[in-house]
Ligand binder design. Structure first.
Ligand code: SAM
Length: 224
């Protein structure tokens, strides 16, 4: 949690926490997407679910709805200011816990039924390894669900991807060298692809959906 990339990411999300929170909750269609992501975790009442990189907690109420009052929801993020939003958002629930920690070495032990990570793996240097660790955490029969944005592959992709590139460039924490080295869109595509691919390899039953003109993809899997 101390390398330069992590520090820059925390600084970036810390500074923009309030704006990010608005986007995370008010972007058209985002509520439906978060509800579908929570549904793909295939949770039952009383289950335990961990959200990696929970940000300002926009998914946490949907997860709490799924596990009910007897379940447990844990949100993990390494950026302090976003966690304050997440804590405010979930203050009414005593079974939702918001914890500061690294999603690649999550501070959780015991039975976990599902892991959700939305718009996070693109920030990880080794996304496939993180997916492996999350799959190991839930174990056989547990669920891992990833939601991420990457370039669209649809026939009408060029204008969509031009807009996507602008959003990615504006929302990418600067790297230690040049802001655009490596190209943030290509790096995001590669990381997202490798994470979703690894989840498909590790899972027996797969749910795949695309949203937002093919830019947003959801992969959910039951770990075999
Ligand atoms: C784009 S935001 C997504 C937040 C949330 N999942 C959502 O859907 O709104 C990415 C979040 O991941 C967090 N994050 C990135 N890498 C992380 C890591 N290694 N450990 C913990 N949190 C991390 C950032 O602090 C940030 O809050």
């Amino acid at each position: 949690m101390t390398d330069r990339g992590s520090e820059l990411a925390q600084d970036f999300y810390g500074r923009w926490a309030r704006l990010y929170d608005l986007l995370a909750r008010r972007t058209p269609g985002i509520g439906t997407l978060r509800r579908q992501a929570a549904a793909a975790c295939r949770l039952e009442s009383g289950d335990t679910v961990v959200e990696m990189g929970c940000g300002t907690g926009a998914n946490l109420p949907y997860l709490r709805e799924r596990v009910g009052p007897d379940g447990t929801v844990v949100g993990i993020d390494f950026t302090r200011p976003v966690l304050e939003h997440a804590r405010d958002r979930t203050a009414a629930y005593d079974n939702v816990h918001v914890v500061r920690g690294d999603a690649t070495a999550p501070p959780v032990a015991g039975d976990v039924d599902a892991v959700l990570a939305t718009f996070v793996v693109g920030m990880l240097a080794e996304p496939a390894r993180a997916v492996d660790d999350w799959a190991d955490l839930v174990g056989s029969g547990g669920h891992v669900v990833l939601v991420n944005a990457a370039r669209s592959k649809r026939w009408y992709a060029p204008p969509v991807n031009a807009l996507f590139r602008a959003v990615v460039v504006l929302s990418t924490p600067p790297t230690t060298r040049l802001r655009y080295d490596p190209d943030p869109v290509r790096q995001l595509d590669e990381r997202v692809e490798s994470a979703h691919e690894r989840l498909r390899d590790r899972a027996a039953a797969i749910a795949e959906e695309t949203h937002a003109l093919g830019v947003v993809r959801l992969t959910g899997g039951r770990i075999s």
